[in-house]
Design a protein around this ligand. Structure first.
Ligand SMILES: Nc1nc2c(c(=O)[nH]1)N[C@H]1C(S)=C(S)[C@@H](COP(=O)(O)O)O[C@H]1N2
Ligand SMILES: [Mo]
Length: 403
């Protein structure tokens, strides 16, 4: 813990943005309603990052303010940060760092960063990294956990090596079923389980799961997992293990706290739904991203002028199936109009949508946004689960119209 504290003895600057009252964090039940601007919250400046919304300090949990989602690729210096255990005290030394691969393999190997950058064909993919708990603060009744608004997500170009190429070098045994991933972060007390995640072997070998050493063309930022981050396109970010240093293969299943006790959702239920008074009994690990859309601009409560034309803008994403439609409603879902979709930046990227609107009447107006993907999957009107995962309820944006 001492080491960790020293690492975060930083010039912590608190700021309160001028807009908004900030009362969304007061502990009241969060309404399942409009997207709230992260800039209402307390902000913190840590090395390597611009001011971000502070959720917790030990370890760091930092949220990206909404306005950065006007960019297609989330800049590294505002990319959200999520840790369960203390962040290692200092960046690793690239020369001495080794990625170890062992377990059910023909030969255990240890790879240096230089090995990874020179002995394999580089691979690049655009993918959204979204925490399974993103937007948790909107769940009603409120659920425990980091009270994210919509900013525990980001889109980036990831460069590195396909996991299947790396595993092949260790000669996996034919009966391999699971692969686990451990990072350099460690619990303070031996009773706290280390953060280890696993994937089925076939998934790990699908040619898309990769180990990234670059994010948007730069080394992965320290707080996002320097020097190596597992990228699992289309899957929630809990699998995107930061500072990966150990990979193990198993002939049978892998069991561990972070796979079998945490990050569970009701099994086989669309949108991970359950009811507070009748919780699901059968649970399974969270996995693929639900279809969702979020509003990015304008800010909630913005006042438009009658007769002027405005662009309402947002993002939509899913598990890689592909967003095919985003619809907008101004009458609580009775009628829907299609938004325009920007070009696809990659199947695992988010996709920007735009809707042009010219108000003709004064008064309040509420927009709803609903995305649909190529498999016909869309967003629910109501959603709840005990841990606040996979949030993808249809969102609303309240605006005003003046003379
Ligand atoms: N080593 C390690 N990797 C981790 C975690 C962690 O606590 N330790 N948290 C996971 C979770 S829950 C999320 S949402 C993502 C966040 O990635 P980011 O911090 O780069 O945004 O990292 C994942 N990888
Ligand atoms: Mo997460």
């Amino acid at each position: 813990m001492k080491l960790h504290v020293s690492c975060i003895l930083l010039s912590v600057v608190f700021m309160f943005a001028a807009c908004g009252s900030g009362n969304t964090r007061s502990g009241a039940v969060a309404e399942a309603g409009p997207v709230k601007d992260s800039t209402e919250a307390q902000m913190v400046k840590v090395p390597g990052k611009k001011p971000l919304r502070l959720l917790t300090e030990r370890p760091y949990n930092l949220e990206t303010p909404l306005r950065y989602f006007l960019e297609d690729f989330t800049p590294n210096d505002v990319f959200f940060v999520r840790w369960h255990l203390p962040v290692p005290p200092a960046p690793v030394d690239e020369d001495t760092f080794r990625l170890r691969i062992g377990g059910n393999v023909g030969r255990s190997i240890a790879l240096s960063m230089k090995d990874l950058k020179t002995k394999f064909t580089p691979y690049k993919i655009v993918a959204v990294c979204q925490c399974a708990g993103n937007s948790r603060s909107h769940f009603n009744p409120r659920v425990p956990g980091a009270q994210w608004v919509n900013g525990s997500m980001g889109n980036a170009v990831w460069t590195g090596v396909k996991l299947k190429d790396i595993l092949a070098m260790a000669q996996p045994k034919a009966n391999t079923k699971f692969v686990s991933f451990n990072g350099l972060d460690q619990p303070v007390f031996p009773s706290t389980p280390d953060f280890v995640k696993s994937l089925e072997y076939a998934h790990a070998m699908d040619g898309e799961v990769m180990l990234a050493y670059e994010m948007n063309g730069e080394p992965i930022p320290f707080l996002n997992g320097y020097p190596l981050k597992l990228v699992v396109p289309g899957w929630y970010a809990t699998y995107w293990v930061s500072m990966v240093s150990e990979i193990r293969l198993y002939a049978d299943s892998f069991k561990g706290y972070w796979m079998n006790k945490a990050y569970l959702v009701p099994k086989g239920v669309p949108n991970g739904n359950e009811k507070p008074d009748s919780l699901a009994k059968d649970m399974e690990p969270v996995s693929k991203l639900d279809v969702r859309s979020v509003f990015v601009s304008p800010q909630p409560g913005f006042t438009m002028q009658k007769g002027k034309t405005y662009e309402i803008q947002g993002l939509a994403m899913d598990d890689g199936t592909g967003i095919t439609k985003v619809e907008i409603s101004r009458d609580k879902g009775k009628t829907w109009a299609q938004a325009r979709l920007d070009p696809v930046l990659g199947k695992y990227s988010w996709r920007r949508w735009r809707y042009t609107y010219t108000p003709v009447e004064e008064g309040p107006v509420e927009f709803l946004a609903k995305a649909t993907n190529a498999a016909g999957a869309t967003q629910p009107w109501h959603q709840w689960n005990r841990s606040g995962y996979m949030r993808n309820e249809i969102e609303s944006l309240p605006l005003n119209v003046s003379k």
